[in-house]
Ligand binder design. Structure first.
Ligand SMILES: CC(C)(COP(=O)(O)OP(=O)(O)OC[C@H]1O[C@@H](n2cnc3c(N)ncnc32)[C@H](O)[C@@H]1OP(=O)(O)O)[C@@H](O)C(=O)NCCC(=O)NCCS
Length: 146
């Protein structure tokens, strides 16, 4: 299992995972746009040519915003999400990012627990942020060195 940058060639596999996991998936064009931006970090976990997981971060000065986190359905609950997010945090810190924000569906207990283990704390709520189904977003922030 290796961690590497997500590449445009990965998008077939990424879209398959994305469409399986999310009711409102990102589009291929969306990924393409973000992969070609300068201030983003998109990482993938690969095993024998198969993408198992990926995540994305948009960075502005010393702050980052998590745009995507996904682990292939049949490989969840093995610690891959934790490995991926831990790696992204470390690499972002190396680039001077000290504050990372994200939002997550209020009902997504697994993701919320994962983020809390990594040091994210809840610091707000965005009402009716999500569609299909409509749901509030929990806003979470992680500050380095706290
Ligand atoms: C949320 C998500 C990214 C988590 O990824 P993951 O790889 O399953 O995360 P982890 O394996 O690190 O942790 C998940 C659980 O598995 C447990 N686990 C980890 N390794 C394990 C192992 N070897 N054996 C048994 N359990 C294990 C963890 O303790 C954790 O348990 P908890 O839910 O009781 O806290 C993944 O479930 C996912 O892609 N979900 C759909 C998309 C999504 O919701 N994305 C986030 C949007 S904000």
């Amino acid at each position: 299992m290796i961690l590497r940058e997500m590449l445009i060639e990965d998008l077939d596999q990424v879209m398959e995972i994305e469409e399986d996991l999310f009711h409102v998936p990102w589009t291929r064009e969306g990924y393409f746009t973000f992969l070609t931006k300068e201030n983003t970090m998109f990482l993938a976990v690969e095993e024998k040519g198969r993408i198992l997981a990926y995540c994305g971060l948009l960075m502005v000065l010393d702050e980052g915003d998590v745009t995507n986190v996904a682990v292939r359905r049949d490989r969840q609950k093995e610690g891959i999400g934790n490995f991926l997010m831990e790696s992204m945090i470390r690499l972002a810190e190396e680039q001077g990012v000290t504050v990372i924000h994200l939002e997550v569906r209020q009902s997504n207990d697994t993701a919320i627990r994962l983020y809390e283990r990594l040091g994210f704390v809840r610091d707000g709520i965005r009402r009716n942020y999500y569609e299909k189904p409509v749901e509030d977003a929990i806003l979470m922030t992680r500050r380095s060195g706290i």
